[in-house]
Design a binder for this molecule. Structure first.
Ligand code: BGC
Length: 371
């Protein structure tokens, strides 16, 4: 009998310790700061992140900042007031978070820059796709479809639309694309009738579809109104490609096929690819980006990370990169970079195969995101 009582007591103690431990874990707060609900992908990222971290037992607070850097500072201040163990931030402006990053550092909060780097040393880790490669894939796609390598005396007309300057990724995308296309501009094979080839000239404030559409409409009116043929428009992402495709539909006089690039596989763009209004998108599987982020977050909250070993442990392609990204000059940021790939009309089934898209009977596409 004594033995039984002792056993029951021991069991109660073990259960007590176990439930105490999980209650403690569950109380760890993770603050997530997303840039905006206006750009399609961040709603999906937000939904995937909340689900993943809640399922892992964290208490999650999430903010969206309407693409306004001041609002994001205020939002992060509110998150910091909750005493988070971890902040996960996709910055509206990678250079505008100094005050809140100082505060996070003072409080000893672990900061992970999600998808976009923050230029402050409070950032412990950066999880993203290989942003330069995204641009390279877009450039190589145009190089292939126009046959630039074997163009001989042929010339092609092309325009560019890049992203939002305060987004640290935007320059990487553009430079990656230009690393492929610029030599053809220099050689005279690719002409840019608008003359706009510098990042600042082709950038799109807030990555906005309307801004991209207005600029494209102006260019088409000013430089192609006389029947000049447009062959390709390199857009850094899908929100801008949507605007450019709309402007081409409204304002381009010719009837040749125009190759338009993008990035993200947003629903409307996948639809446009199906209908031939956009030619490709660079796909970055968000569920994978979130899975890697969760694993990095968990490891970081437990102590020092062996980054290479962690990267090797994923069954997702991830490079552990300690060279490419700096938070401040000379201060390298350990980065986990996933590998993007190209989607065209010919391989759209790959999206469905991820399990994250549904291809409906009426040939519309929807991305499946957690509620
Ligand atoms: C992301 C892209 C996205 C863009 C606009 C970038 O930082 O990497 O995937 O298209 O922001 O939302």
């Amino acid at each position: 009998m004594k033995k039984l009582v002792a056993l029951v007591l021991a069991l109660i103690m073990v259960l007590g310790v176990m439930s105490f431990a999980s209650a403690d874990d569950a109380q760890k707060v993770v603050g997530i700061a997303m840039p905006t609900k206006e750009l399609p992908r961040w709603n999906s990222d937000g939904a995937f992140l909340v689900k993943a971290f809640e399922d892992a037992g964290y208490k999650v607070e999430i903010t969206y900042s309407d693409n306004k850097e001041d609002q994001q500072v205020a939002d992060i201040q509110r998150l910091l007031a909750e005493d988070p163990a971890l902040l996960l931030i996709t910055a509206v402006n990678g250079e505008a978070l100094n005050t809140v990053m100082d505060e996070a550092q003072e409080k000893g909060v672990t900061v992970i820059a999600y998808d976009r780097l923050i230029l402050h040393d409070a950032v412990s880790y950066y999880v993203s796709y290989d942003n330069f490669t995204v641009g390279v894939l877009q450039g190589q796609f145009i190089e292939d479809v126009l046959g630039l390598k074997d163009a001989g005396d042929k010339t092609f007309n092309m325009e560019f639309t890049a992203g939002d300057p305060p987004d640290n990724n935007a320059g990487y995308f553009f430079n990656g694309a230009m690393s492929i296309i610029k030599p053809y501009i220099d050689a005279g094979t690719v002409k840019v009738p608008s003359g706009q080839t510098e990042f600042d000239q082709v950038a799109t404030p807030s990555w906005s579809t309307d801004n991209a559409m207005d600029r494209a409409a102006n260019i088409l009116g000013s430089f192609y109104g006389d029947g000049t043929v447009l062959d390709a428009w390199l857009c850094s992402n899908d929100s801008t490609a949507l605007g450019v495709a709309q402007a081409i539909g409204n304002d381009y006089k010719g009837d040749n096929q125009i190759f338009v690039t993008g990035q993200d596989a947003d629903d409307l763009n996948v639809q446009n690819i199906y209908e031939g209004k956009q030619t490709m998108t660079v796909y970055k599987n968000l569920a994978n980006e979130v899975a890697v982020t969760l694993a990095v977050a968990k490891a970081a909250l437990e102590g020092e990370i062996d980054g290479q070993a962690l990267a090797d442990s994923f069954d997702i392609d991830v490079a552990y990169d300690i060279e490419s990204y700096e938070t401040t000059p000379g201060h390298k940021c350990p980065s986990f970079l996933l590998v993007p790939y190209v989607i065209t009309k010919d391989n759209m089934q790959l999206l469905v195969d991820t399990g994250l898209y549904a291809w409906n009977a009426d040939n519309t596409f929807v991305q499946k995101v957690p509620d």
